[in-house]
Design a protein around this ligand. Structure first.
Ligand code: ATP
Ligand code: MG
Length: 387
């Protein structure tokens, strides 16, 4: 038995020894039954957070609002949540009120999908109140109780359904699928950061192609029209796993070649995405140039090449890019043997506004090896060309 699970059982033991009910629950039980190794083991218990805190040496109140504390045991940590039954939901995302419950059943039926709604006790006995085992056997993702209500309560569950398609390769059950189509526009009300996280998970999972196809088939793309072209291509082609956030870069390039305002990436992510999009625009039908290697660097050029190949398999310029990198004459502006002050003095116009234009022209000529990077030659060229 693996160490993580062993430590998890110790946590269950401690809770049960003190008179509480305690079970493994949710994704861990699903993955355990599927024979998939998981990093996260979640525990559900009748003990209140205060009671859990009092029983373990190392505990952090990580989600106390929702009854969750993190218990550190050995080298592992476990999210331990008090049995809950959720009240009414607000903003299509969060329960307005979280009520602790005395029964495991309440806690299981508040969960999203039947395959995520099972518990397992210390002896490995499965508690299945929602038909999760049957759905696992039949490879179905089915909402617990009325799917329309469940998606209206918390619309992020719509995208979670596709996360589980991409993880398991299962089908979405018919009524659940209909409710997804009906409720999909509610996704526009969910915080964009959460949407990004969910797509990130979808795009990293083994059955992502199938998830992309069902996102299109069930009309979820109407909530995210900017992803439609990208999803269409990615649902048809076997492409290597895209590093985050290249899934979005590809989609945005194929849409309007820009990052829509409402997508809330970090500034660094945005800057990287913008660079790749710019470079993709220039290299779909043309060769990478020394100036692009100089400006964007090897990593961005290679990433762009990988993206270009998704769109057109034969557009593989990796050899050219490596050569450009190895034979780059200069790697920064300060390596250029002429600078702005020199240019201003040389040029008859003495026009500071022209300095940038002249330097850029000289830079390109040096990078393209049309001029040697030597002061005298560059001076001669500037005098001849710009006076
Ligand atoms: P993964 O392996 O991708 O982490 P998971 O099933 O563990 O999948 P989590 O997001 O970690 O998913 O959530 C843990 C469990 O909490 C789920 O299995 C489910 O029982 C419950 N859950 C999480 N989010 C929701 C939600 N929005 N609505 C209802 N239940 C939820
Ligand atoms: Mg999880």
């Amino acid at each position: 038995m693996n160490k993580h699970l062993e430590n998890g059982k110790k946590v269950l033991e401690t809770l049960t020894m003190h008179g509480h009910l305690a079970y493994f629950v949710g994704g861990f039980v699903r993955d355990f039954l599927l024979g998939i190794e998981t990093e996260d083991i979640d525990i559900t218990t009748s003990a209140t957070p205060e009671e859990v805190i009092s029983l373990f040496e190392s505990v952090k109140p990580t989600g106390i609002k929702y009854g969750t504390v993190t218990v550190f045991y050995g080298t592992d940590s476990f999210e331990v949540t008090t049995f809950r039954s959720d009240g009414l939901y607000k903003n299509h995302r969060h329960p307005e009120e979280v009520r602790y419950s005395k029964t495991l059943k309440d806690d299981l039926i508040r969960r999203d999908f039947t395959i995520n709604g099972m518990a397992m006790n210390l002896n490995g006995i499965i508690i299945d109140e929602v038909g999760g085992q049957d759905d696992l056997k039949n490879k179905l993702i089915r909402a617990i109780n009325d799917p329309h209500t469940r998606f209206r309560e918390d619309s992020l569950r719509i995208l979670r359904a596709f996360r589980f398609v991409s993880k398991t390769g299962f089908e979405i059950e018919t009524e659940t699928a209909k409710a997804i189509t009906k409720s999909s526009m509610l996704l526009t009300k969910i915080a964009n950061e959460r949407i990004i996280q969910e797509f990130k998970k979808i795009s990293m999972n083994p059955y992502r192609k199938k998830a992309y196809q069902s996102l299109i088939d069930l009309g979820v793309t109407s909530a995210f029209p900017e992803l439609k072209e990208g999803l269409t291509i990615l649902s048809k082609k076997d492409v290597p796993l895209l590093q985050y956030p290249h899934f979005f870069t590809l989609c945005f390039f194929l849409h309007h070649s820009e990052i829509p305002e409402n997508w809330r990436f970090s500034n660094l992510e945005k800057a990287n995405m913008k660079n790749v999009i710019e470079l993709m625009n220039d290299t779909q039908e043309s060769e990478f140039q020394p100036l692009q290697m100089f400006r964007y660097g090897l990593k961005t050029c290679m990433e762009t090449n990988a993206m270009n190949q998704i769109i057109c398999e034969t557009n593989d310029q990796s050899e050219r890019i490596k050569n450009l990198h190895d034979s780059l004459v200069i790697s920064s502006m300060s390596d250029l043997r002429i600078d702005g002050t020199d240019v201003l003095q040389l040029s008859v116009l003495k026009n500071p506004a022209m300095v940038g234009v002249i330097l850029e022209d000289v830079l390109v000529k040096v990078l393209n090896k049309e001029l040697p990077n030597e002061y005298e030659s560059l001076k001669e060229y500037v005098l001849k060309t710009f006076n």
